[in-house]
Design a protein around this ligand. Sequence first.
Ligand code: DOR
Ligand code: ZN
Length: 346
Amino acid sequence: MSSLKKIKIIKPDDWHVHLRDQDILEKVIKYTQMFYQRAIIMPNLNEPIIDCKKAIAYKNRIINLSKNKQFTPLMTCYLTKDTSLKELQHGFTEKIFIGSKLYPNQSTTNSKTGINKISEIFHILELMQKIKMPLLVHGEENNNNIDIYDREAKFIEKTLEPLRKIFPELKIILEHITTKEAVSYIEENNSPYLAGTITPHHLMLNRNNMFVHGIQPNLYCLPILKRKIHQNALRKAISNGSTKFFLGSDSAPHIQKNKINQIGCAGIFNAPSSLLCYITVFDEMKALKYFESFCSKNGPNFYNVPINKESITLVKKPYKILEKVSIGKDFIKPFLSGETLTWSVL
Ligand code: DOR
Ligand code: ZN
């Protein structure tokens, strides 16, 4: 019986979000704070967050632009082959960083100083394993000879699995997973050292949606939307109550002129509706009983931080998603802008 109209859960956290900087940060921050108590802030700014000083300064800019002073930004260190071990250890023990982010070179926005060959950073991973610092991973093998739809599965086979053999106790989060291969890899390993985050857009859409009535640049993101069979695997993964999967919206705002361009940027700005999208999918999958653990428990348990004390109530009531967020003369178009969802926040 789907008579459930109201659901109160522990306030969730977003374990993967891009807030950008300056005028965009100022405009988008409130949407993340509307739903989430804490959020892991991605470090891929134009000038990436590669050390403690940059992380502290960026965190302060986020806090200064926040109306909601309860909100906690959790910072990550962008790994390069030159990342200093001393810096990393200091950043983690002093709680400046919650983890480090691995971007394969040229795999996505601002990844030109990312890692070319994983062996370049074995000394860093060894330290991270020792001090129990989590590794957040953009899991795509970036190589033009590999089909873009196969890059995640290839990354698991060629990079992740060998890496986990060398560093079996390194805590790894395979972020924004998009394939049945990633789902089964995480489920089958069932390891305390391996988890995955899932975005609302990869749960709601598949690659066909990118080509409805022509090309839909606002649905272009990385890893790219996959076939329906993969979408269904993700939907199933969150519906069976596994504690290895949790919320990471990957909200990634770009101003419209950079999306609709000769070279369009990858990223979907879902912050204004992410939590409502997730509950819509859990509801459709008749899996609302696992909604709270996905949003509010599995993440903190994996990252070994306390579960929030606050709560949030969602109601089954139509909610129209805003059309745009103005940024100077331009704007950012939110995911599902102008559409109506069946759930809203009380
Ligand atoms: O679509 C994406 N956008 N994927 C990423 O990995 C990065 C993000 C961004 O920063 O724009
Ligand atoms: Zn991202």
